[in-house]
Ligand binder design. Structure first.
Ligand code: AMP
Length: 280
C-alpha cells in the first residue's frame, strides 16, 4: 500500500494512473476501521483497478466539539487492516492539506435533505460533509465512489452534491449494504466507545427497525413510531428520532406503495448511534 499525506502528490499520482486508463475506486472514512469499511474496499477492488481509502476526521462536520475530541483513533490497526485486505493507496491528510490557507468553504443548496432527521439534530453537519467530500473528490477524482447505506441520509446528500457540482459526469456512486455484528448492531467506529452494558443494549436499535418493518403492513405509521420510541426509551436510550420516510425525499410517507425506510438516532450515554432499514 502506498501512503500519501500530501494532496498535490496524490493528485499527481492518480492523474498519471488515470491517463494510463486505470479506474479508481475511492472510499472516504474517518478511520477506526471495521468490517463495514472493509466491505467498501472489497467492492472497490472488485470493480476498479486501483483502490484508495482516505482517513480524515473532518472537524467541519462535527456539530458537537466533544464528539470530535472523543472520536476514536486507531491508526496502526487501520493501516494493518487495509494492508491485509489489499488496499492500494491510503490518503492520510492533515487539516491544512484539506483546508489550505485561503480555502473558501462552499455553501451547498441541499434543500430539505439538510433540514430533516440528521440535518435537524446536527445543524451544519451536512455542509461539513459536503465540504470534505467535495475537496476529496477534487484531489482524488475517482471513477467510483463507495459509501455505506449505514449513513442513509449521507448517501442522499452526496448524490445531491454530485449533481450540484456536476461531478456526477465523472464519478459513479455505489452504495454498499450495512454490515452488522452477529447480534444485529450496525458496525460503527463509535461502537468502540460503548461500555459493556451499553454494548449489550445497543442491538435494540436494529431490533426496533426490524419490528417496524414487520408491523408496517398492519399498523399506522404513527403508532409504530411511538411504540419504537417508547420501547427504546424504557431500555435507557435517549431518542432523537425514529421515523419512517420516503427513501428519496426523506419526508413522511403518504403513499404506502412508495419505497420507505425506517431511520433511528439515539444516545446511549453521550454516544449517539444511528441505523436504518428499508421497510418495504
Ligand atoms: P465513517 O468512517 O463512519 O465516516 O464511514 C466511512 C464510510 O463507511 C461511510 O460511507 C459509511 O457509510 C461507511 N460505513 C460505516 N459503517 C458501515 C457499516 N456498518 N456498513 C457499511 N458501510 C459502513
Amino acid at each position: 500500500m502506498i501512503l500519501f499525506k500530501e494532496a498535490k502528490a496524490l493528485n499527481q499520482f492518480l492523474s498519471d494512473q488515470k491517463k494510463n486508463g486505470t479506474t479508481i475506486g475511492f472510499f472516504p472514512t474517518m478511520g477506526a476501521l471495521h468490517n463495514g469499511h472493509i466491505s467498501l474496499l472489497d467492492q472497490a477492488k472488485k470493480e476498479a483497478q486501483l483502490s484508495i481509502c482516505s482517513i480524515f476526521v473532518n472537524p467541519t462536520q462535527f456539530n458537537n466539539p466533544d464528539d470530535f475530541k472523543k472520536y476514536p483513533v486507531t491508526l496502526e490497526k487501520d493501516i494493518d487492516l487495509l494492508v491485509s485486505h489489499g488496499c492500494d493507496v491510503l490518503f492520510l491528510p492533515s487539516v491544512e492539506e484539506i483546508y489550505p490557507p485561503g480555502y473558501k468553504a462552499g455553501v451547498y443548496d441541499l434543500g430539505t435533505l439538510e433540514t430533516v432527521l440528521e440535518g435537524h439534530y446536527r445543524p451544519g453537519h451536512f455542509q461539513g460533509v459536503c465540504q470534505v467530500v467535495d475537496r476529496l473528490l477534487e484531489i482524488v477524482n475517482p471513477t467510483f465512489l463507495y459509501l455505506g447505506q449505514k449513513d442513509f441520509q449521507q448517501c442522499q446528500v452526496i448524490q445531491k452534491l454530485l449533481s450540484l457540482t456536476g461531478r456526477n459526469e465523472q464519478v459513479t456512486l455505489r452504495i454498499s449494504p450495512t454490515v452488522r455484528e452477529k447480534d444485529g448492531l450496525a458496525m460503527s467506529s463509535r461502537n468502540l466507545r460503548l461500555s459493556q452494558s451499553q454494548r449489550a443494549l445497543a442491538p435494540a436499535l436494529f431490533e426496533e427497525l426490524r419490528k417496524s418493518k414487520e408491523a408496517l403492513p398492519s399498523k399506522p405509521i404513527e403508532v409504530i413510531k411511538q411504540e419504537a420510541m417508547r420501547s427504546l426509551t424504557e431500555k435507557g436510550f435517549v431518542v432523537d428520532y425514529f421515523e419512517i420516510v420516503d427513501t428519496q425525499t426523506l419526508l413522511p410517507v403518504n403513499d404506502r406503495a412508495k419505497p420507505a425506510v425506517a431511520l433511528v438516532a439515539a444516545f446511549l450515554g453521550d454516544i449517539r448511534l444511528i441505523d436504518n432499514l428499508p421497510v418495504n
